[in-house]
Design a binder for this molecule. Structure first.
Ligand SMILES: C[S@@+](CC[C@H](N)C(=O)[O-])C[C@H]1O[C@@H](n2cnc3c(N)ncnc32)[C@H](O)[C@@H]1O
Length: 214
């Protein structure tokens, strides 16, 4: 089976097996990957990059293409199947192999990840809408603890999904999503400096870009 099909098939299998943490039917499109890496694409000095929830690596592929010899990349992934795929790509795909020495793959939840230095860019694919408000708060806390003072956090969420599910879901679900929305909105109103609309993705997504000075 061609590798792209294999990647899609494995992603869909994980979506069915671990819906809550996978949170998507398909890997992100290259258009979404491009929007997530827009701030990174402008870098001119050596940088430290953290990708959280890389999955099968559609965004990682774009990141590694933008990396220069002095840059460092850490990948933090919870799912062991995705970790195996990423390890394989770092070993065998030329674009990934080119930066394998500059890259570290960590198999753990982001909440347990510790770093010795902060990151200039954090790029996240975590499905925040599937989590409890407390976990979303904890994750934003981690992001800002790991972010350098001038650093940029970029993450995506599916367009209007939370707003719709806050109205049509079961009562408990609506309550949970309202809690998530409060946490997310607080961070966005304080720190967001840009939002990209990406229609060429299943489903269409917003990319939120945040930094400390908003
Ligand atoms: C929506 S998928 C995104 C995958 C990929 N970045 C993409 O864009 O196609 C979410 C990813 O986050 C991972 N994930 C979920 N919770 C996590 C956590 N607490 N720490 C690290 N990774 C997590 C999942 O295993 C999955 O790979």
């Amino acid at each position: 089976m061609p590798s792209l099909l294999k990647e899609y098939a494995e992603f869909f299998r994980q979506f069915r097996a671990r819906y809550e943490t996978t949170g998507a039917i398909l890997p992100s499109s290259r258009f979404l990957a491009r929007a997530l890496t827009r701030p990174l694409a402008l870098h001119t000095r050596p940088v430290r990059i953290l990708e959280v929830g890389p999955g099968t690596g559609p965004v990682t592929r774009r990141i590694v293409g933008l990396m220069r010899p002095e840059d460092r990349l850490d990948l933090v992934e919870l799912n062991d199947q995705f970790v195996a795929i990423l390890r394989d790509r770092l070993d065998s795909e030329p674009q990934f192999r080119a930066v394998a020495e500059q890259t570290r793959l960590h198999h753990c939840p982001i909440q347990e990840f510790r770093a010795d230095k902060p990151y200039d860019f954090i790029i996240s694919g975590l499905p925040l809408n599937n989590f409890s408000p407390e976990l979303v708060e904890e994750i934003f806390d981690c992001f800002f603890r790991l972010l350098a003072p001038e650093g940029v956090l970029s993450y995506f969420e599916y367009m209007f999904l939370r707003a719709v599910r806050m109205r049509v879901g079961r009562r408990n679900e609506r309550q949970r999503l309202r809690g998530v929305d409060q946490v997310v909105s607080r961070y966005l109103s304080r720190y967001r400096f840009r939002r990209d609309w990406v229609f060429c993705n299943v489903p269409p997504a917003w990319v939120q870009h945040l930094r400390r000075d908003g």
